[in-house]
Ligand binder design. Sequence first.
Ligand code: NAG
Ligand code: NAG
Ligand code: NAG
Length: 237
Amino acid sequence: MRPTAFLPLVFAPLALAQSQSAPQCQPTDVDCFVDKAQYTVLGSVLGNNIGQSNSVTGVTGTEANYNATIRIQCVYASTDPVANNGQNILGKDVLVTGFGTSRRACPNGGGATANATQSNIFFLFVANTPPKGETPILSVFDICTGGLTYNDPNLSAVGQVLAQNPQRAFYGSARGPSDCKINGLPQDAAPTPSSAATVPTSTSAANNLPGAASNVKASWVGSIIAGAAAIAGAVLA
Ligand SMILES: *[C@@H]1O[C@H](CO)[C@@H](O)[C@H](O)[C@H]1NC(C)=O
Ligand SMILES: *[C@@H]1O[C@H](CO)[C@@H](O)[C@H](O)[C@H]1NC(C)=O
Ligand SMILES: CC(=O)N[C@H]1CO[C@H](CO)[C@@H](O)[C@@H]1O
């Protein structure tokens, strides 16, 4: 049997919980994405199936329609962290469906891309409901936009939404390792209602926090990318 870059699927059939739809948010409207997507995560793309034929289904990924395997590094937010905690995606390599470019359904023939070794802030939803304890299959929330570049302005934009909606954020180990910090949002616990009001929400407040963190983050992303490249190289070879 031909090896593929994908995780073995131990559950079937795939029942899509939400069909893939045209855009629900403007491409630059981070508030809308964080507000509506089931999950906001940091994910590192390990590989995709462009040009690869699935030995079971016979489906081959194309530039216009493909899936990716993404390692979930941090889970920043969810529409319902209480209900969705325990979906078992943090730290996992998950199958994410719905990538592809030049889509007729998208403005200007846009689409969502997942290129190997990229780390992006992805907006996702659970596409199936796997047996308890199994990792679900996920889909891109908006097939026309895909992930945001993982950089300080984009992470700050996510943080500003969450500072105003702290009940949507994940904290502590549910969010991920300490590198999953977001400026302006407590790492370890949800702010109490009174302190929530004092969480900085302006761009300047979020960006004026100590600069040392960005060096740490840069090297951490470097190691994620190096690790992903090694893994992607191994599975795609
Ligand atoms: C993506 O994965 C889903 C779930 O396994 C599968 O049904 C679909 O055919 C795949 N699509 C492509 C283009 O590989
Ligand atoms: C991913 O690669 C494709 C070419 O295969 C390119 O057109 C696209 O811009 C890349 N996406 C990103 C986000 O860099
Ligand atoms: C909302 C926001 O700041 N988006 C930025 C995300 O990063 C890309 C790439 O640097 C910028 O072009 C966006 O403006």
